[in-house]
Design a protein around this ligand. Sequence first.
Ligand code: GCV
Length: 733
Amino acid sequence: MTTPRSRALLARLLTLLLSALAAVGARTARAEDGYELWLRYHPLPAAQAAAYRAHVVELAMSAGTPAAQATRDELLRGLGGLLGAAPRIGSQADQDGALLVGTPDSSPQLARLGLDTRALGREGYLISSVKVDGHAAIAIVGNSDVGVLYGAFRFLRLLQTAQPLDHLDIRDAPRVQLRMLDHWDNLDGSVERGYAGASIWDWWKLPGYVDPRITDYARANASIGINGAVLNNVNADKLSLTTPYLAKAAAIADVLRPYGIRVYLSVRFSSPIELGGLKTADPLDPAVAAWWRAKVDAIYKLIPDFGGFLVKANSEGQPGPQDYGRSHADGANMLAAVLAPHGGVVMWRAFVYSNKQPDDRARQAYDEFKPLDGRFRSNVILQVKNGPIDFQPREPFHPLFGAMPDTALMMEFQVTKEYLGFATHLVYLGTLFQETLQSDTMARGKGSTVARVIDGSLYAGTAHAHRLTAMAGVANIGSDRDWCGSTFNQANWYAFGRLAWNPDDSARAIAADWVRMTFGNDPAIVAPIVGMMMGSREAAVDYMTPLGLHHQMHEGDHYGPAPWDASEPRADWRPAYYNRADKDGIGFDRSSHGSDAVAQYAPPVAAGFDDLARIPDRYLLWFHHLPWDYRMRSGRTLWDELVLHYSHGVDAVAAMRVTWRSLAGHIDTERYAKTSAFLAIQQREAQWWRDASIAYFQSLNGLPLPAGIAPPAHPLKYYQSLSFPFAPGYNSW
Ligand code: GCV
């Protein structure tokens, strides 16, 4: 039986319990699954929200098109979430605190402001503090709906990253025209080199059902300016071009369109034979061109703003024009000719190499494409990987970037971490992207950075000027709840988009924005997390492939170390081909005394790489084969230096774990726990990489380890016995 006294006691106990729980909740923060990505519009601290609310009392915009509706929805969602209440919706600014949004054509008030939008182009925007009929307002203006959408996302970013809203005067426009994600997604739902679950395109249910997730995909991309998506794997299935699959692609295109994103397809060069019943796919055969023309016309009927084709030809077993004695230019130009009337483009990949070729693999793309410079139609762009081998933890920039002034060249980065620890290793790729983009090709003297080749500014105003500019990232997106397999992999999608928009942006600044948007603005978390991210790629290089080593991963799945693997066939898929280690030394001699791949760079760059006194340590074993006792700049022998780098990589991961532990209670429980577990995996695997590599190289050179350095935990045989038949991302084609 309860008395009033016992009831009061119970109530008090309950209150105490609830407030204790609330305190714990506040400390560990609400669990989050990462689905919201960086568009995480959680309430800002009260004082901050109140200050911002005064600037956005009313949202004045007309939403007459699907794109404008998407913009308005995003602003309402973002402001409502961040500020606790969405602004009133109006059509014009008639009091202080209006957010006036649109194109000059969409609003007489905006037109009257006479803001200069000429330099913004079609996709740029301005965000400006203005007076409208005597009232203080903020104008977000673009010349097109998509420019306005990008401006709206930028405005939300200002709030998410706690920036002041007074005296705004921001003007921004993309430096690169086509900012693409390449999905290596297969029609069976698997993703080649995908580590985040199945494909987000549910080909089976399309076009009848389009997952709402695709709208969120579009929002995320638009927020960072991505305006193109290649839906299917470059190892393309011919069925992608059949009518049922084109209808599926069209359904996706309909969802992406309001967000300024065009759809592209990878195509199989032999489709005229396999789908059209022709005897040949020879690009110079008129019947072949006619087949492609009809196919392209059919595509544009379904997808009026279709972007074009991505082609992997005569590469890793794919069919191509060389099967008929024709060149890459012949193949690309034939497709470009049928796409041109519709405004479509061809992105032709330069990732080619052949194991039948006794030559150094790193030389082959240049040798094949350089002679074709100037022979491509104006709607062809050559898609070149960042380095000459294959998305390694570190490569020097691809020599083609400095060597084809008369051809439009686009960058292909890999956002998915095929060679960088899959989903679980924390490796921020912003620094890798930046390192390549800021490399100086010296093609037109000092300052001829890869970024300037990509954005077209290097040749602007010269006889070499070309129209098309583009950057692609191989997507790391899948059906995992957090999209990318880990919270930190989301940062790589984000950084790719930001750098495609502005290739000179800073990896550190981008990381800081991402951290603020993803975890919050608390200085106690921003600086340590940015610090972890900025050092993470160098740590991975150190524990996997230090001092210019490359492609030391297990063949096929590319999971874990296998520096000993020299098995046949196909030497150029095997680590031993690349490390060339024996009892005397290590490294691939690409100097003027070796394969002479250095000569593919502009003379001043080549001279620097060729000269042992000048080459940076980070590229040493990429270009030189050296004895184990070679004396490094540090005064240590090459062997000692190598071992110390491996060990440093492991130590750096251990340090990341310490930093992450210090953030316990500041990060929501779910994302905190997942990252903690992943860092533990990364530390184990970093140690494995280090130990296996040292054990193997030591088995060749018989040298002692530097003083104080621990030996590998197991004998070499143990590492060599490991196998991983179900490693993800492989065997899906
Ligand atoms: C799509 C590497 C990858 C392949 C990939 C290829 C490419 O070889 O391991 O999975 O195939 O690059 O970029 O075409």
